[in-house]
Design a protein around this ligand. Structure first.
Ligand SMILES: Cc1cc2nc3c(=O)[nH]c(=O)nc-3n(C[C@H](O)[C@H](O)[C@H](O)COP(=O)(O)OP(=O)(O)OC[C@H]3O[C@@H](n4cnc5c(N)ncnc54)[C@H](O)[C@@H]3O)c2cc1C
Length: 336
């Protein structure tokens, strides 16, 4: 276990903010985590478990304990003719997990290539891209209950998965469970999901296999999204809003080209990027924070942004969208 005092989180948040935490604790195994959870000092301070900080905005120095799992290991726990159940440690980098699955010819997570972060957070966030959500493959989440110190297993049905949501983000559970591993069920038979975006067009006439899908997803993402190593960001700052169909139809009269995706009989999803772009906010700056020129959903740190610059710009975006379209954007990024 590594414990550091007054530790800079610069390398642990993709916005690249140099904030400090009073304590930073990295544990390598469940034994160390159990020791931590039985230490009274631990409960005397505020605490937060992070992954790679790719969906967080630290507004200030953190006055308590930031925890990070270094639990590694990818293991087959069950197998039949068609499927394989794979358990991965929470501290495994998400994209290394995807690369491993692709190399083993296991189908199901290839569309989620290159999403930053770790396996533990994949379940918290229900990460998604190119028509796939990670909850399509998760069968169980193993986590420690911080209050009892006991290990619990959440079956998929108990996880409350929804768009970028799980019970681990609910008020009742948030911060109360530390995830140690996640079990994914992957297919041994070829099953592809090429319906979303321009995946099918780019792959037309080419060999479609796990490797080519992964490479295509990576190259599209690299061309569209700023690399946090070059320009700090946390990916999509806002979620795509669900809008009542009647309200959407009224908006369509005023904005005939407004895009939408059907959700159910009551709601449609409208791309937040389109709404922000239509407010003319691409390139809008506050201090060192800018709405990305190519992707309106992303707020970038051009080098000197403070957390306040980023948060103020996010509020300005929300206010503009609310004023123009009457739609309230919800943040995807967690403010700490
Ligand atoms: C360039 C870029 C592109 C992105 N693209 C996408 C995308 O296409 N799709 C998408 O869904 N997301 C995307 N994201 C967002 C981000 O990658 C995901 O939200 C990711 O799952 C966050 O992982 P993390 O390990 O960095 O978690 P963090 O940001 O550190 O934490 C996220 C949440 O998980 C909790 N958490 C983390 N680990 C644990 C654990 N072991 N136990 C309990 N709680 C834990 C934290 O408390 C927090 O609530 C993108 C981000 C960036 C920077």
């Amino acid at each position: 276990m590594k414990i550091s005092e007054n530790y800079s989180l610069l390398k642990h948040n993709t916005f690249g903010l140099d904030v400090k935490t009073r304590w930073f604790v990295e544990y390598e195994n469940e034994g160390d985590l159990q020791k931590l959870l039985s230490d009274e000092y631990f409960f005397s301070l505020p605490f937060l478990h992070i992954g790679r900080g790719s969906n967080l905005l630290f507004l200030d120095d953190y006055p308590g304990i930031i925890l990070h799992s270094l639990i590694q290991g990818i293991e087959v726990v069950k197998e039949d003719e068609n499927s394989v159940w794979v358990e991965s440690g929470a501290g495994v980098e998400w994209d290394s997990f995807v690369a491993h699955c692709v190399s083993k010819a296991w189908y199901g997570v290839e569309n989620l290539s290159l999403i930053p972060g770790e396996v533990g957070a994949s379940a918290v966030q229900n990460i998604g891209a190119y028509g796939t959500e990670v909850s399509d493959t998760i069968t169980a989440v193993h986590a420690y209950n911080v209050e009892t110190g006991e290990k619990e297993t959440f079956e998929k049905e108990d996880c409350g998965f929804a768009y970028r949501h799980s019970i681990f983000k609910d008020k009742k559970y948030s911060g109360k469970y530390f995830i140690t591993s996640v079990v994914y069920k992957l297919s041994k038979q070829p099953v592809y999901n090429l319906e979303y975006g321009n995946l099918k067009d780019i792959l037309a006439g080419k060999d479609v296999n796990l490797g080519s899908i992964r490479n295509t997803v990576i190259s599209i993402r690299e061309s569209k999204l700023p690399n946090p190593k070059e320009m700090g960001n946390a990916g999509s700052f806002f979620m795509n809003p669900y809008v009542d169909i009647v309200y959407y139809k009224n908006l369509k009269k005023k904005y005939p080209d407004i895009p939408h995706y059907p959700v159910n009989e009551e709601f449609v999803k409208i791309p937040a990027a389109w709404l922000i772009d239509r407010c003319g906010l691409k390139g809008k700056k506050i201090g060192g924070a800018t709405v990305h020129e190519k992707q309106a959903l992303v707020i970038v740190n051009t080098g000197s942004a403070t957390a306040n610059d980023i948060a103020s710009l996010a509020s300005l975006v929300c206010d503009n969208v609310k004023e123009k379209f009457g739609i309230e954007l919800q943040r995807e990024v967690l403010f700490v």
